[in-house]
Design a protein around this ligand. Sequence first.
Ligand SMILES: Cc1cc2nc3c(=O)[nH]c(=O)nc-3n(C[C@H](O)[C@H](O)[C@H](O)COP(=O)(O)OP(=O)(O)OC[C@H]3O[C@@H](n4cnc5c(N)ncnc54)[C@H](O)[C@@H]3O)c2cc1C
Length: 458
Amino acid sequence: MKSLKKIFFDGTFSTDKEDLLCYGYDASGIDVLPSAVVWPKSAADICKLMQFAYENDIKVIPRGAGTGLTGGSVPVKDSIVVSFEQMNKILDIDTGNLNVIVEPGVINGHLQRALEEEGFFYPPDPASLNTCTIGGNVAENAGGPRALKYGVTRDYVMQMEAVLPDGRLISTGVQTKKSVVGYDLTRLLVGSEGTLAVITKIRLKMLPLPENVITLLTAFDSLEQAGKAVSRIIAAGIIPRTMELMDRMTLIAVNKYKSVGFPEDIEAMLLIEVDGGSKAITVDADKIANICNGCQGRIKIAEDIASRELLWDARRAVSPALYKISPTKINEDVVVPVTRVSELLTGLRGLSVATGVPIACFGHAGDGNIHVNIMTDKNDKKKFDEAERLVRETFKLTLDLGGSISGEHGIGLTKSKYIDMELDCANLDIMRGIKKLFDTKNILNPGKIFPPKGTDIR
Ligand SMILES: Cc1cc2nc3c(=O)[nH]c(=O)nc-3n(C[C@H](O)[C@H](O)[C@H](O)COP(=O)(O)OP(=O)(O)OC[C@H]3O[C@@H](n4cnc5c(N)ncnc54)[C@H](O)[C@@H]3O)c2cc1C
């Protein structure tokens, strides 16, 4: 590691324990100390780093803000963490072509605010937006509440610059609306969880800000009715920009954490937003209110921007709030076709009742993506084993409903042992082949996505 100092100097390299501690974990709760941390200032720095790592067989772990929930940026032993805090500039906002070029360390929320000042927005809005980076969003193909109407990160990445594990710099994609020239490497790198290349620059699409937004809060006495309301709204041809669900346990947790005053005698709440032209969204909001009434839902409309912001603050506090009510929570983010949300919610409730293990559900119900939080205690082996068994049951239920085991958090470390519940051998073989082609020496973020050899169930 000492010779790294020839490449990284003046505060862009550290092996100090207090620095290593800050870069040895993510929001999955797993931690492993790396051997060094570097803070490159340019793609050229990263090329030099990867050449050095390749020649010396050293493992490199790209890291955004460490808000990932599946251990994607958790280091392995004897590795170098590459952090993008010094590559955090918005390089160009091209209003004529509706796109923006950023470095990977730009915080999602900073980009949102910069674009809003110009009358534009970048739709992917993970609930962690005030902390997470665009590099991390691209590597995880992050979603967020607005994915229902606007899609996920993959739908917005036009071009990328990235460094391969052997130190070569590549550019992928185009700055035009269309192109069919060879395989689409941009889409391959999005969601690759830092295992194929280190992303150093990204061109993203942006959209003009909508004229107006209406926010509705709807309370339901049963999870099933809330799920039905979601699929009936979509079936009525309305695409709200968000339809966020919070179940009873979630509402109670948020109240304790933030004193929001959500009702606690209901089973579920939906936070629904429509955006667009004022006239059109008033019509949509009326239709949504009628559908929710038909499902025994009770509606309230946020009167102004301040009350809307309060609701979103509360929604974004769900994850930390749930950590406060249970020593350990296993956080899954399954997704099912929207017409099956009701079955997923009632199936999960059934699993919870049958086992006595509390399960809190919240998330992006409008696109079928539910965050399933299995509340447990990692210091109580019996309880923890039961919770782990429930993870497998949750995935089985999801797959039986035609869903997928991860909507937006990725596989990382925590879900690698379950990946073959969804992907067959042929798919996994092709994916392993792609990893090998990019990273012959397996030095870039090793041990992520794929289950350790010999542990595949099939
Ligand atoms: C409270 C909370 C709410 C959340 N809400 C959402 C949500 O609504 N939607 C959602 O999708 N996710 C959500 N997440 C998960 C998380 O915020 C996202 O996965 C986010 O994209 C991670 O970004 P990060 O900058 O923290 O990346 P990290 O966690 O640091 O890294 C994530 C992955 O990206 C890789 N990586 C990072 N930068 C690069 C780069 N430049 N080149 C190559 N690989 C790179 C890492 O190696 C790792 O595999 C939430 C997390 C929390 C804690």
